[in-house]
Design a protein around this ligand. Structure first.
Ligand code: ZN
Length: 142
């Protein structure tokens, strides 16, 4: 098992912009505060969502558009590095009008109705994602 240890003395709250892109807005908050590593949770609501499911056999993502208003029951993720820039890896669970839930790996194209972010800034080494042959994913690698 690979493990990395960090310290933190900085946490923050942010209100994300109406009509903003959820993934890009989360990234903006971390970039504006020069946070290079971190963890976050967000709740709120979206107008429409774009998520993906990773097919472990085919090693490809299947996109899913959820084109209706939904509650962000949970959105959680982390901040690390890919190709010289911070990278947001987030998953989201959305509650629909009928009480069912859908979700997946969060992609650009998810439009915020309202959202509140709680972020944790981590101090320590920059953790890079690199392509992993076994999974076909970009995973943490030191
Ligand atoms: Zn993912």
């Amino acid at each position: 098992m690979n493990q990395w240890f960090y310290k933190t003395d900085k946490t923050f709250l942010a209100r994300l912009p109406h009509d903003g892109d959820l993934l890009l807005s989360i990234k903006d908050v971390f970039k504006e505060n020069a946070v290079q590593m971190g963890f976050f949770v967000a709740i709120g609501a979206v107008k429409t969502a774009h998520v993906a499911f990773y097919d472990q056999g085919a090693k490809t993502y299947t996109d899913l558009i959820i084109d209706e208003p939904a509650e962000i029951l949970s959105c959680t993720g982390n901040v690390s590095w890919v190709d010289g820039d911070i990278s947001i890896h987030a998953h989201i669970t959305l509650g629909l009008k009928d009480g069912t839930a859908k979700g997946g790996h969060l992609l650009e194209g998810t439009v915020i109705f309202a959202s509140e972010l709680f972020g944790i800034a981590l101090d320590g080494q920059r953790l890079e994602r690199r392509f992993d042959d076994v999974t076909g994913l970009k995973l943490w690698s030191s």
